[in-house]
Design a protein around this ligand. Structure first.
Ligand code: C2E
Ligand code: MG
Ligand code: MG
Ligand code: MG
Length: 292
């Protein structure tokens, strides 16, 4: 089960689900040590304007390399961290790393772009969220409007009133708000009127099927229209093919991210991409900026 046995250059993910209890308990213990030692790093996935290929933002994605098991995917260790009461500590550290990196790119003179950071339910509902975000932005020297917080639609919304209040307080700080995995969760449109949102992110499960399933295409078209009517931006997640990208752009979706454009990458690889973009600005007419 050692990830290194996958051979050089190969990334194999370690899936704790389905592992013996012993292993999962060890993983929970190791997670505490990882938090203590700040063993997490961030990768960044570029987000582009679909018409020009220009980078409009990056999404920060957590990475944890376990000393023995190798890369454990966030979808596996984040629920474990929530269970262990570690997610707020991890989240604060993530936000600080992401904001510091965003400020660093700006200070280096690159054209500024948004930094999107995912918020877990535990963080969203934590009492000190708003002050913590404010303090992190101040320490990093990042203007609030460059930070976007992504709230997944899978987040439990047991109390609409407090969710609205938290979002309004975040907006007052000046950060922007996106609904992640849109179309998979709350499945009620009424909250959209009350939430101060800036962006809907169409879930990957729809993007995957837009060119081959009528229902996914219909839902996606509706979401794009909805975002226009609500005057919020619309971003497609998980774009993997040129056909998907062309379809989304033709339907009026303005922004996107996905493996076709770029995988999530370490900060220095993003810096190289920014250098490339500076040397050869993206051409209008849908010419894509592909790394490497
Ligand atoms: P998400 O926020 O919806 O992030 C997008 C996920 O889709 C990422 O997986 C990304 O690597 C992957 N992805 C991007 N483009 C493509 C594509 O074209 N095809 C496919 N198949 N996948 C693509 P990742 O990094 O494994 O993260 C999974 C989830 O874990 C995230 O989903 C997010 O919900 C959560 N997560 C990641 N980092 C953080 C974090 O710092 N804090 C919190 N609270 N959650 C995080
Ligand atoms: Mg996200
Ligand atoms: Mg998502
Ligand atoms: Mg998703």
């Amino acid at each position: 089960q050692d990830a290194r046995s996958a051979g050089p250059g190969q990334v194999r993910l370690f899936r704790p689900e389905g592992q013996p209890l012993q292993t999962r308990l060890q993983l929970a213990r190791d997670l505490h040590a990882a938090v203590r030692d700040q063993d997490f790093i961030l990768h960044y996935q570029p987000q582009i304007m679909l018409r020009t290929g220009a980078i409009c933002g990056v999404e920060a994605l957590l990475r944890w390399t376990h000393p023995q098991f190798g890369n454990v995917p966030p979808a596996s260790f984040i629920p474990l961290a929530e269970e262990q009461g570690l997610m707020c500590a991890i989240g604060r550290n993530t936000l600080a790393m992401a904001c510091t990196q965003a400020a660093r790119w700006q200070q280096a003179g690159y054209p500024p772009f948004r930094m999107a950071v995912n918020l877990s339910p535990a963080e969203f509902y934590s009492d000190s969220l708003v002050e913590d975000v404010a303090a992190i932005l101040r320490d990093a020297g990042l203007e609030p409007h460059w930070l976007e917080l992504e709230i997944t639609e899978a987040m439990p919304l047991d109390d609409l009133g407090s969710a609205i209040r938290i979002m309004r307080e975040l907006k007052q700080l000046g950060v922007s708000l996106a609904v992640d995995d849109f179309g998979t969760g709350w499945s009620s449109l009424s909250y959209l009127r009350h939430f101060p949102l800036d962006r809907l992110k169409i879930d990957r499960s729809f993007t995957r099927d837009v060119t081959r399933a009528a229902d996914a295409a219909a839902i996606t078209r509706t979401v794009i229209g909805l975002s226009g009517n609500l005057d919020v931006a619309c971003m497609a997640e998980g774009i993997e093919s040129v056909e998907q990208l062309d379809w989304l752009r033709d339907q009026g979706c303005t922004e996107g991210q996905g493996y076709l454009i770029s995988r999530p990458m370490a900060a220095d690889a993003i810096t190289r991409l920014l250098d490339l973009q500076a040397a050869r600005p993206p051409v209008a007419g849908g010419k894509l900026l592909l790394p490497g």
